[in-house]
Design a protein around this ligand. Structure first.
Ligand code: CAA
Length: 391
């Protein structure tokens, strides 16, 4: 077992760390405060070949592996979560389904533009009545005169409403019962879910107003509606009826990216807490000399190391072609909780200043919570883990 990163992995860490410090850090507070999407940063990330890291160069990607991708996401989140989730949702969820399940034509049409960052990809699974219970999809697609006609709604979707959003991959029911008004019953043996590529600008596909969120303020998150939206028959992604399993697999991969966000957020919180504790004086000395502060820093640092190893293990298992569902769920569960705790402890170390928006730790605290909810709640991860244990 080797714990050293390869030169290629060290290089991507350095490249993204430099970019995050030099380009993201100076603007992160303003982007968050003004809730502005980071167009310029996305363009620059595309130029650095960081918008399609884990996809082969032949399709326009960065030619990296999952570990390289996780390291990049970790380094971005160490400075700013909004930029990180934009890259993460675009890569793991928006581009991944087309890479994994697309026909040659679909891949040629979409992947080069997605991987260069010219357009953003989004992923539409969650619905008002299908969150953790992702199989309860109500959105329907029916064939009519050589086209799929889509009706339904998606919510909490990242990257679908920007000026450069190009495509959303969605799940919809295609079983015979799905044309009924009530969509048939949940758990219906005949229920069939398929995936579709819906280009931005499709008539009948509408992107709603952005949500007012607790954090991730510079990322784009909106509801989507489909009212008789017509797409060509060959916008079906992969075989008809394979949609649910496809998306569960995509979510497994996505969980590694979100776990890397947890690692990055916890590391960023620790960086800030340590720096602050060393310069803040109380009772005649820097507060970093007090055991009460040292114990917090020591605990976070130790848990962070364990969480990082778990996340890298999930990435390495995937890269080795081995089963990684369990490791990805464990990594997501562990890192999300750690991120919340690390941000809270770091705010505590900052005292009153931690509650003031001028200090980045305030934003980190707001950004952390979603990591225990988005892309599968802690409770869903626990379900996945318990099932893997055979419980
Ligand atoms: N990969 C591939 N196939 C899988 C799988 C996996 N990881 N896990 C299960 N399957 C297969 C099963 O073998 C089963 O196949 P058969 O029917 O042939 O036996 C089928 O898929 C159904 O599996 P389950 O019975 O286990 O499914 P379930 O209904 O009990 O649900 C779940 C399982 C894990 C709870 C799943 O629904 C889930 O992951 N829910 C959370 C969804 C989620 O993470 N949502 C967030 C999306 S992110 C988003 O939308 C926002 C954004 O843009 C960022």
């Amino acid at each position: 077992m080797d714990f050293d990163l390869s030169p290629d992995h060290e290089l991507i860490r350095r490249t993204v760390r430099d970019f995050a410090k030099q380009r993201v850090a100076p603007v992160a507070e303003e982007l968050d405060r003004t809730k502005s999407f980071p167009y310029e940063l996305v363009r620059e990330l595309g130029e650095l070949n960081l918008m399609g890291i884990p996809f082969p160069e032949e399709v326009g990607g960065g030619g990296g592996d999952t570990l390289a991708y996780a390291i990049a996401i970790e380094e971005l989140t160490r400075i700013d979560s909004s930029v990180a989730i934009t890259v993460c949702a675009h890569t793991s969820l928006g581009t991944q389904p087309i890479y994994l399940y697309g026909s040659d034509e679909q891949r040629e049409r979409w992947l080069p533009r997605l991987c260069s960052g010219e357009i953003l990809g989004a992923f539409g699974l969650t619905e008002p009545e299908a969150g953790s219970d992702a199989g309860n999809t109500r959105t329907r697609a029916r064939l009519d005169d050589g086209e799929w006609v889509i009706d339904g709604a998606k919510q909490f979707i990242t990257n679908a409403g920007t000026d450069i959003s190009g495509v959303v991959c969605i799940t919809a029911r295609t079983d015979a019962g799905s044309s009924c008004a009530n969509g048939g019953g949940v758990g219906d043996a005949d229920m069939e879910v398929s995936n579709f590529i819906v280009p931005t600008g499709t008539a009948g596909y509408e992107v709603g107003e952005p949500y007012r969120k607790m954090g991730w303020n510079a990322s784009d998150t909106r509801p989507l509606t489909f009212a008789g939206a017509r797409i060509p028959e060959d916008n079906l992604l992969g075989p008809r009826g394979a949609g649910f399993k496809q998306f569960l697999h995509v979510l497994d991969i996505g969980r590694i990216g979100v776990a890397a966000m947890g690692v990055g957020l916890a590391q960023g919180a620790l960086d800030q807490a340590l720096a602050y504790a060393k310069q803040r004086r109380a009772f005649g000395q820097p507060i970093s000399r007090f055991q009460a502060i040292q114990m917090k820093l020591a605990d976070i640092s130790t848990e962070l190391e364990a969480a990082r190893l778990l996340t890298y293990k999930a990435a390495l298992l995937k890269d080795a072609g081995r089963s990684f569902t369990l490791a990805a769920a464990q990594a997501k569960l562990k890192t999300g909780r750690l991120a919340v705790r690390a941000a809270e402890e770091a705010v505590q170390i900052h005292g009153g200043y931690g509650y003031i928006e001028e200090y980045p730790i305030c934003r980190f605290y707001r950004d952390a919570k979603i990591l225990t909810i988005g892309e599968g709640t802690d409770e869903v991860q626990q379900m996945v883990i318990a099932r893997a244990l055979g419980a």
